[in-house]
Ligand binder design. Structure first.
Ligand SMILES: O=C(O)CCC(=O)C(=O)O
Ligand SMILES: [Fe+2]
Length: 350
């Protein structure tokens, strides 16, 4: 395969486990060994289990505890922190607020969420120069969730370096743009539904918008589309995160690393999941790196501005932002991509 051909994932039936312990080594040769196993897994599947991440179990346990307590509250209490009341796209997301994932508006995805982003500059930096994250009253929630957010931000720095090495690029290729990224942490609660059928959607099929996602699920339900267009179950593996490639990694690598479609289905037992969407600084221009573009080729990946891509996708999916857009209070950035412009399905069509 020429290095310029876009990757097509294998017809995998399970996800590889990648141990990144060596990425924490002071020895570059050792970091490169870990990076090459990352590279292999990403090319074959675009999705993997991450071992050796050095996140303390207490951070994870504290997070699960405060989130479970939070969602136990009644709807009125949760709506006091409705995401539409915030200036930086943070807060409670009731069922049905997001219109993208579920294709059937009569049957919204069976979930609610709480979204956390940084204080300004945030995802809404185009419209709000100064904005602060909306937190519920419970101080324990803020403490545990912030600690987990900060740990994810640090892990994303290690992984950005790992992905740069994996792509045989200078190690700081991405991290030079990682100062105040508008990365989002979602705390998702899927309702228990013992009668759930195979077609009942927790989250409909999509790719994530950022570079990669560090996901912590608490129960099965996640499914990934493989190279043969089959949905593969992602069972839990103890002490592992799940990592998947997002739109912007596909964009910078000119399709060497492809965003992977995934969905959540048939959630019978109550389920929580915590994706951290790893982004770079808002103004970062995300274009295919020249090494991956054939001189004769016109790349199908037009440059995008990192934060604008996230903003555009978000405006197209959240009801409160669609309403603000209709009132002229927010507007789509120039050259916005439509939804589902990345991933295997988009490559096959395009
Ligand atoms: O809940 C999960 O396991 C996946 C969540 C997800 O794909 C997302 O929020 O983008
Ligand atoms: Fe996702």
């Amino acid at each position: 395969m020429s290095v310029f051909e876009k990757t097509v994932h294998k017809a995998f039936t399970e996800l590889p486990i990648v141990d990144i312990s060596l990425l924490f080594s002071d020895d570059l040769n050792k970091r490169e060994i870990a990076a090459s196993s990352l590279d292999k897994a990403v090319r074959e599947t675009g999705f993997l289990y991450l071992k050796g991440h050095q996140i303390a179990p207490s951070l994870i346990n504290d997070l699960k505890e405060v989130v479970k307590e939070y969602f136990k509250q009644d709807q009125n209490s949760k709506m006091k922190n409705y995401i539409g009341l915030s200036k930086n796209h943070s807060g409670y997301v009731p069922r049905g607020e997001e219109g993208f994932y579920s294709t059937d508006s009569q049957k919204p995805d069976l979930k609610e969420a709480y979204d956390i982003g940084p204080d300004s500059p945030s995802l809404m930096a185009r419209f709000e120069k100064e904005a602060f994250t909306q937190w519920p009253k419970d101080g324990a929630f803020k403490k545990s969730v912030s600690a987990y957010y900060n740990a994810m931000l640090e892990l994303s720095r290690v992984l950005f370096q790992g992905f740069a090495l994996a792509l045989k690029l200078p190690e700081n290729t991405f991290t030079q743009y990682l100062t105040t990224p508008p990365s989002q942490l979602r705390l998702i609660h899927y309702f228990d539904n013992p009668e759930a059928e195979e077609s009942d959607s927790g989250i409909g099929a999509h790719t994530d918008y950022e570079f990669f996602t560090i996901l912590l699920p608490t129960a099965p339900g996640l499914q990934v589309l493989n190279g043969a267009n089959e949905w593969i179950n992602v069972p839990l593996v103890e002490d592992c995160f799940v990592i998947n490639i997002g739109d912007m990694m596909e964009q910078v690598s000119n399709g060497q690393y492809v965003a992977t479609s995934h969905r959540v289905r048939q959630v019978k037992e109550e389920r929580y999941s915590f994706p951290f969407f790893s982004s770079l600084d808002y103004e970062t221009v995300v274009a295919p790196i020249s090494k991956f573009v054939d001189k004769q080729e016109v790349s199908s990946y037009e440059p995008i501005i990192c934060g604008d891509h996230l903003l555009a996708q978000t405006i197209q999916t959240f009801s409160y932002l669609k309403e603000k857009s209709a009132r002229g209070e927010v507007n789509l950035p120039e050259n916005s991509r439509s939804l589902l412009s990345f991933g295997q399905a988009a490559i096959k069509e395009g």
